[in-house]
Design a protein around this ligand. Structure first.
Ligand SMILES: [Zn+2]
Length: 415
């Protein structure tokens, strides 16, 4: 009986606390400090009323085709279809030519496309002694602690958002823009892109972009392929959507901690490897990008735990667009971010989009892929698709081949 009374009292108190939360605005949601409370689902009317325009939010189900009523998507896809290179969807690496005709990063870490007209991938940043600071797989439902930490340190970053996560946690996505971070797209449902049909690959990018635009008002001009799984067919489709491909040279493997034998100590060793390289002067001529994640409390806390060491080892830690001097990171040309000189001088925010924002797809990409000579063979550090699994691991096409290739080239595999 006594227990029943206590439970009832607890429910009343909990209900009271829940009612005190404002889960209808970005600022209200950002005020929730308990990750568990923040992770409780909520309904955001602008998303709820638009869900019919998006593929189902079912976890693990990838986009297979454009929605029947999506005339804009179909027109865009139709317009680019004739130019998409005739490269078959990948189904494992067996039989794939060693010459790597498709510049398939998964098996070769190729970042300079073989297809004419495509820009090199961004695998590092041009500014010396600089880290292009980015995180994949958000928005995470419990990210306020992490974003609070970044805000307290006046630190901006690049967030590679998954479309479904944006629709599930729209107020969390809005916080990235409100806080002055950069948003890139990380597909709609995180598939291995090279395995998809042309239309499905287009759809994964298209609906990811549409989700970000619906929720935040901005249209990203950069993307990162899940697991780094990209070839020239996928690059072409992304390019036609105004997206620049951003990869990495260093992998923290933070996403994999607790699985496949990867321990927190392994992840820390990977952070320490990057920090050690910075301290040793490795980035005195060109900066770095490391794959890290917003994925869960562990990955975010690990980022917090390493922040002071990173900012101590690098002269500058900046969003990737800032390191590229890309001051218009979105198709909405009136939205600006500071350039590199402004950022390091202390100007950390640009201008937000206005209600009358205009779009110009693909605008603002003034960078040249951060140095076209960039090949991971200069990194001395193998990254993805090793025996520890590929980044953001769902599927590892060609993982064994990649491992063999890395070993053959003398690159050091991660611990
Ligand atoms: Zn990912």
């Amino acid at each position: 009986m006594r227990t029943g009374v206590s439970a009832a009292l607890a429910l009343v108190l909990y209900g009271s606390a829940a009612r005190a939360q404002d889960r209808t605005t970005e600022a209200g949601e950002a005020a929730i400090k308990d990750p568990t409370a923040e992770c409780v689902g909520y309904t955001y009317a602008p998303v709820a009323s638009a869900l019919a325009n998006f593929p189902p939010l079912t976890p693990g189900v990838f986009v297979s085709s454009l929605l029947p009523g999506d005339s804009a998507g179909k027109a865009k896809f139709q317009a680019m279809s004739a130019g998409i290179p005739n490269i078959a969807p990948k189904n494992g690496s067996a039989g794939y030519p060693p010459a790597d005709p498709d510049c398939w990063w998964t098996v070769s870490q190729c970042v300079v496309p073989k297809l004419a007209g495509l820009k090199p991938d961004v695998a590092f940043v041009p500014e010396p002694k600089t880290l292009g600071y980015g995180f994949d797989d958000g928005p995470a439902c419990g990210h306020n602690v992490f974003y609070d930490y970044l805000a307290a340190n006046k630190q901006k970053a690049t967030f590679f958002y998954i479309g479904k996560n944006v629709l599930n946690y729209p107020l969390e996505a809005q916080r990235a823009v409100a806080d002055g971070h950069e948003i890139c797209v990380h597909t709609y449902s995180h598939p291995p892109m090279t395995t998809l049909s042309n239309e499905a690959a287009f759809g994964e990018l298209w609906y990811g972009i549409q989700a970000i635009k619906l929720v935040t008002g901005v249209t990203p001009t950069c993307w990162r392929p899940p697991q780094g799984d990209v070839d020239d067919r996928i690059r072409y489709i992304a390019t036609q959507l105004g997206l620049e491909n951003v990869l990495w040279q260093f992998d923290s493997f933070d996403w994999e901690s607790g699985t496949n034998g990867v321990t927190p100590a392994d992840v820390q060793a990977n952070y320490d490897h990057l920090i050690g390289n910075a301290t040793a002067g490795r980035f005195n001529n060109v900066g770095a990008i490391m794959l890290t994640h917003e994925l869960n409390n562990f990955t975010m806390q690990t980022a917090i735990d390493n922040y002071k060491k990173i900012t101590g080892a690098f002269d500058h830690v900046v969003p990737i667009a800032v390191a590229q001097n890309r001051t218009q990171p979105y198709a909405e040309t009136n939205f600006t971010m500071p350039n590199f000189a402004q950022y390091v001088a202390g100007t950390r925010t640009g201008g937000p989009p206005s209600a009358s924002s205009t779009t110009s797809a693909g605008s603002g990409s003034s960078n040249g892929g951060a140095g076209s000579s960039g090949s991971s063979s200069s990194s001395g550090k193998a990254t993805q698709a090793s025996g520890k699994g590929a980044a953001c691991g769902l599927h590892v096409p060609g993982g064994l081949v990649a491992t063999a290739a890395l070993l053959a080239s003398g690159l050091m595999l991660l611990a």
